[in-house]
Ligand binder design. Sequence first.
Ligand SMILES: Nc1ncnc2c1ncn2[C@@H]1O[C@H](COP(=O)(O)OP(=O)(O)O)[C@@H](O)[C@H]1O
Ligand SMILES: [Mg+2]
Length: 416
Amino acid sequence: MSRIVTVLLALIVTMSAQLEVIYERPPLYQKQSDAFFHGHRFGAVEGSTKSGKTHGGMAWLFEQAIKESPYPNLWWVAPVYKQARIAYDRYCRAIPATLRTANDSKMTIELANKRKMWFVSGEKPDNMYGDDVAAAVVEEASRLRQESWHALRSTLTATRGPCRIIGNVKGKKNWFYKQCRRAEAGAHGWGFSKIVSSDAVAGGVLDAQEILDAQADLPEAVFKELYLCEPNDEGSNPFGLKAIAGAIRPMSSQPPKWWGVDLAKSVDWTAAIGLDRASQVSRFARFQQPWPETTKELSLITQRALVDSTGVGDPIVDTLQKGRSNFQGFKFTSESKQRIMEGLAVAIQKGAKGEKGGVWYPDGVIVSELEAFEFQYTRTGVKYSAPEGMHDDTVCALALAVECRRTAGKHAWGPA
Ligand SMILES: Nc1ncnc2c1ncn2[C@@H]1O[C@H](COP(=O)(O)OP(=O)(O)O)[C@@H](O)[C@H]1O
Ligand SMILES: [Mg+2]
């Protein structure tokens, strides 16, 4: 970071009658500079990891902030709070304290010229509407929810503000990938740049050996996305996109036989999925409401149901089980989640082939969450989840419904 402190702002402050600040752009290598500083209102930058995307975006947004404008506010948008905080901290270290007022809790930096940079998380798109934003950077765009991009885009309308959108490649099923393709094809108002790791090596930002090491350490598909900007659709999806598409069938009108229920955590939804005797989805509900109403609604289920009893779910399952034997609790741990997700993967693959033991579901939310779902290799094993800022409640409900079918008749509930 000290590099940023010294180079991002080479500032000479002379106190005379007026405060005069001379800003000098930090050195950017040519491709990095071209990616941000061009004449288009919008710019999409698909870049290798650690190629200097954030660095370039910071320099660009800062230069928007020191311009004259009737609109004071500028936004730095990241998928989750934690990432927005990283850019906020980097700016705080880079801009001399005498030239800005930083508000740690609001994550805003007001410059001496009264223009204000806001560091915004895309977790709650509804909260992003309403402001008039003079210029913005979207970071980690392939992980940002599409609704958040729509919200940000609306805030740039009155101001006709420019925007730079940066991210690394992450499959083809996200708005950023699609937007990059439109920008690359020359969409009106858009510039497009791709920075791969060899560009960053040539620019002196990445070490060639480091890239060879990463290539040796990472699965090929992951390396290709992160370093070469080559999308890989199947690599991090445990179900397989072809299989997901192959198991789509219209909603069944038959009565449900097995249920899976995933209860809302702090930011997501409660999802309930019922499978009919042919393992086709015949009931699907997804809602956000207070626990007493959720419990009341779920108590209408009379068939076998496997219900998430992790954390807050425990007392709910207790209540549902009073005088009834059709509800069974399921505690999510990384091992139990992996097990039922692998069960779901097998069922989807059989579904796509039309085989016994398959599962079938209608197009829509279930399919988009299945497509976005991913596994990651971590120190402790494989982690199955939605990308940060996205939801997996319907995937969990579907996996629970398939697990409910598998375990029915085997134990606890007695014969089917
Ligand atoms: N042109 C540059 N010259 C010197 N250092 C740079 C340059 N661009 C980026 N860096 C440094 O390289 C590191 C990675 O850059 P960063 O912008 O965080 O990459 P990305 O966002 O693409 O992952 C940071 O420490 C950053 O300060
Ligand atoms: Mg970055």
